[in-house]
Design a protein around this ligand. Structure first.
Ligand code: UDP
Length: 254
């Protein structure tokens, strides 16, 4: 088989050219980074779990009419996606105080917020993803007012929907990070959810004990990172009891 052309390599994923124009293959690595790349580790099995969790959540969003870049999962570590023009924003929606918000305003981690709060960060590693306002976004042309309006509406809908979905699985959605892209179809452009939806990008706590099951296990050296991700997958009903190796897909990819 001809070697596929790599289009992009990020911290946790690689993008390859897809089989048809307008498609890409998204490969999930086991690498984890935090604190703007200062901390790095390989967490065996993370990529397999994130591929599976992200597939599940993207399909769920599609079912309620939220457009995403997801087409289908190809194997243990890869999924086929639509090629989009990434909007250089990280949209964070928060339900409970944690992480940088808790620090900035001296809030106790775990205290519920009066309402969901949306924040925007400019996606730029060299600058350390600075927080920005609608003014910066529109003035610098990263997105138009209309696009931002759509992004805000979609983000709140996604958050509301996922809050319910995770509550049903005994999980508390503390916060999440979303990315969006422009999908061009002939002359029309649609804003769609891009990137991934996984415990790398959202805080998920056990609803009863507040145990952290997400990437904070890595950031804060809490240990058993892979087990936390597997527990999330198990609660969503997408992981056979024996673990990710039971998932169907070519072993060679693992
Ligand atoms: N987040 C992310 N990528 C980033 C920064 C944050 O996916 O580069 C996610 C993070 O996992 C959490 C939410 O966005 O679910 C809010 O993160 P926060 O601003 O509290 O930053 P952190 O404490 O993770 O540095």
């Amino acid at each position: 088989m001809a070697r596929r052309r790599q289009v992009y390599e990020g911290k946790a994923k690689i993008l390859y050219e897809g089989p048809e124009p307008g498609t890409l293959i998204q490969y999930f690595k086991d690498d984890a980074t935090a604190f703007n790349n200062k901390k790095h580790a390989v967490i065996t099995g993370k990529g397999v779990l994130n591929n599976r969790i992200s597939e599940y959540l993207m399909i769920k969003l599609g079912e309620i009419g939220i457009p995403t870049h997801f087409l289908r999962r190809l194997n243990m570590r890869e999924q086929l996606i639509k090629e989009v023009e990434i909007i250089p924003l990280e949209v964070v929606v928060r339900n409970v105080a944690a992480g940088s918000l808790a620090q900035r305003f001296a809030l106790e981690e775990g205290s519920p917020l009066p309402r969901s709060i949306v924040e925007y960060y400019y996606k730029n590693d060299q600058l350390g993803d600075p927080m920005v306002t609608e003014e910066h976004i529109t003035a610098f042309g990263w997105a138009t007012y209309q696009e931002l309006d759509e992004i805000l509406n979609l983000s709140l809908r996604i958050n509301d929907y996922l809050l319910g979905l995770f509550t049903g699985a005994g999980l508390r959605l503390v916060d999440l990070k979303l990315e969006f892209g422009r999908l061009w179809e002939d002359e029309d452009m649609r804003i769609v959810v891009a990137d991934e939806l996984s415990p790398d990008n959202m805080r998920l706590w056990d609803a009863r004990t507040n145990e952290r099951l997400d990437k904070d296990r890595f950031r804060r050296d809490l240990g058993n990172v892979q087990e936390g991700y597997a527990e999330i997958a198990r609660r969503l009903g997408i992981l056979p009891e024996a673990g990710p190796r039971d998932l169907k897909g070519p072993e060679a990819i693992q």
